[in-house]
Design a protein around this ligand. Sequence first.
Ligand code: M6R
Length: 370
Amino acid sequence: EKAGYKHFMLKEIFEQPWAIKETLVGRLSMEHGDVHLPEINIDSTTLAGLSRVVLLACGTSWHAALVGKFLIEQLARVPVEVDYGSEYRYRQPIVSAADLVVVITQSGETADTLAALREARRHGARSIAICNVIGSMATREAEGTVQTHAGPEIGVASTKAFTTQLVALVLLALRIARARGAMTPDQVRPVLQALTELPRHVEQVLSCAPYIEDIARRFYQCSDFLFLGRGMHYPIALEGALKLKEVSYIHAEGYPAGEMKHGPIALIDEHLPVVTLAPRDHVFEKMLGNVQEVKARGGSVIAITEEGEPHLWSLLDPQRDARLVLPPVHPLMSPITMTVPLQLLAYHVAVRRGCDVDQPRNLAKSVTVE
Ligand code: M6R
């Protein structure tokens, strides 16, 4: 059942091109420059009248929610709040019928997320569940759904469920944007095109697996890692750190790169590898600044960047640092492509350390208790 792979986690990482295609099936309308999501059960007039979107989730799904905030605010121009299910349920949230609550949960059975959904619905909020399990509790309790169709995820560490949640969030952001008139069909079409090309781009990233295995071989004995990203890649840094913690038991922290100088910089020494996510976006120069700061303090950098950037390599020392160059993609897709090498890094480090990657200690696939 592992289809020749050593672990479910690896199989599921490699299934991502297929899983993303499944999430997209029947949902893109090039003709109308729009997205079909009838199963959200919320009409365009209601979407147009929303005063706010609230994204609720736990763990990896909460990282998807953080990316979702960037996507929905940028594309649909509606304010978005993100919270942990476990916090939201106890903080007397201000919520009304003009709010759309979107719970994000792979399993659809996470107790904290379900409790948060119930709390929001009690106050009259409209609701949608982004979920990977058809018929699960979240899909039954929310008014509408966006199924991710990634297929069963067996590995306890979420991989393909996360990247397909990101795809579902792009789709939902586009639908809300169209309903509110925040984007024209002509503005939506290039994003639809980028989504269509995404499975092929993820395939290309997966072909870098041997390089990542090599990076894992060089760094697997380290006892701490720092992950840095900016903008939409800051939640991906958090996800990279969580993945490494979960499967390899290495202490790892994710930070928005601009926060490094406000504290974590104190940790940097020759024993701390810093994984920097540096896509060629409007804050690329700022990431170069972070790389220089790490190098100036003797840290090692594992830089993940996109083809065509000439500057980063010159800052790195091939003996001490590592660089992974990914194919250039549409800016809204790079959180997805950049996730893949972080999953592979966590996997290969964990395997080298002899950890049980599919069943990490103390973790369960779905957390159905508080
Ligand atoms: O099924 P859910 O998406 O609601 O699960 C939420 C978290 O428990 C889950 O993402 C957890 O953090 C995983 N172990 C991540 O790899």
